[in-house]
Design a protein around this ligand. Structure first.
Ligand code: TRP
Length: 354
């Protein structure tokens, strides 16, 4: 094997990037952790390069066989959140994985390139089995990152901004791309970079904001819900009275102030008084709730506007999936040609039935 080019893991824009692909499993509406961890960078990148965002509904099946009827509603919520934060369907191709069934063919072409022990070493596999208390990993769960690789490489994505927990999947994608190109002697696939996006701390001070833990503020939360959640937020546990000097660093309330409060002077003033023991938690939290609500207000308005447009989400998914399907078809033709799998296909290759 030739050496891997080193992966750029910085989120700073790299002018070599041509195409971004990233996505979410549609397990529900999105929250502030998603905003900090991925949505913000998607909105920025769509101005610069061709961008794809997929709703990975087939990936949901790797850990769930129940309540699958909920997936449809979740997809809708996710798309509304995307639109609300400014992902623009004129610039970003938003698509549904299961409406591009060809991705499963590419997935299968990749499967022979990945050894079972290699797949078993992916850290998220053990984490999922433990967290979801599964008796064992299914074949689908074992091959989860191979399907993710097919998602990325079907559009020849060369940049995949992901959280740290997903980095091992993009690393496998790089290996698959490299191995494919070497095995079949053509540079069909790029080795994508994985800029590692920031993680937002949970409102309870846990390392990560996660819906399953319940320590999150949803993008679609009402102003009252935001106030209630901020009121119970974890702060400096050693500060039992307002006149005791408090710690700002690592304090969730100030991390959220830094992230979401656009009134920088207010944040600096609060920090200074907090360090001196000259402000109560109540004031710090009231101002934080107001700041988050200022941040969320336009998002809520746009969300409501899009939700009221009949058939709009459906149209976006349909158009995006048609575009993604075309890309996948082109890539499959390249892959099959490199592999010599062109028999019985005619000069044009197998046509996509419409
Ligand atoms: N595994 C990702 C997650 O759980 C979702 C996903 C599926 C994805 N396919 C992808 C992310 C391709 C980036 C690129 O968050």
């Amino acid at each position: 094997m030739t050496e891997s080019k080193s992966s750029h893991t910085s989120t700073a824009f790299n002018p070599n990037w041509k195409r971004m692909l990233t996505g979410d499993r549609p397990t529900g509406a999105l929250h502030l952790g998603h905003y900090v961890g991925s949505l913000k960078m998607r909105v920025e990148l769509q101005e610069k390069i061709d961008t794809f965002v997929l709703l990975a509904d087939l990936h949901v099946l790797t850990t769930r066989t129940e309540d699958l009827h909920e997936i449809g509603g979740n997809i809708r919520e996710c798309v509304l959140d995307y639109l609300a934060v400014g992902i623009d369907p004129a610039k970003t191709t938003i698509y549904l994985q299961s409406l591009v069934p060809e991705v499963l063919e590419l997935f299968w072409l990749f499967m022979p390139l990945v050894g079972v022990p290699r797949a078993q070493r992916i850290p998220t596999l053990k984490d999922q089995v433990r967290d979801l208390q599964l008796e064992s990993a299914s074949m689908a769960l074992l091959s989860y990152p191979v399907l993710q690789s097919a998602d990325i490489l079907m559009v020849k994505g060369d940049v995949v901004p992901v959280g740290k927990d997903q980095a091992s999947h993009v690393e496998l994608t790089r290996e698959i791309a490299r191995r494919f190109n070497q095995t079949y002697g053509r540079e069909v696939f790029p080795e994508p970079d994985a800029p590692i996006t920031p993680v937002l701390i949970g409102t309870d001070g846990q390392a990560k904001a996660s819906k399953s833990i319940g320590n999150v503020i949803m993008l679609s939360d009402s102003p009252e819900a935001v106030e209630a959640k901020v009121r119970t937020m974890f702060t400096d546990p050693n500060r039992i009275r307002a006149d005791i000097p408090g710690k700002v660093e690592g304090n969730p309330v100030f991390i959220y102030h830094d992230e979401f409060n656009n009134d920088r002077a207010e944040v600096e003033d609060l920090k200074e008084r907090y360090r001196k023991g000259a402000v109560g938690d109540v004031e710090v939290k009231k101002k934080l709730a107001a700041a988050i609500n200022r941040f969320l207000d336009p998002i809520r308005d746009r969300r409501a506007g899009f939700a009221a447009k009949n058939g709009f989400v459906e149209e976006i998914i349909e158009a995006g999936s048609a575009r993604a399907r075309e890309e996948c078809h082109k890539t499959l033709t390249d892959a099959r040609e490199a592999m010599g799998l062109t028999y019985f296909r005619g000069a044009e290759g197998l046509q996509v039935s419409k």
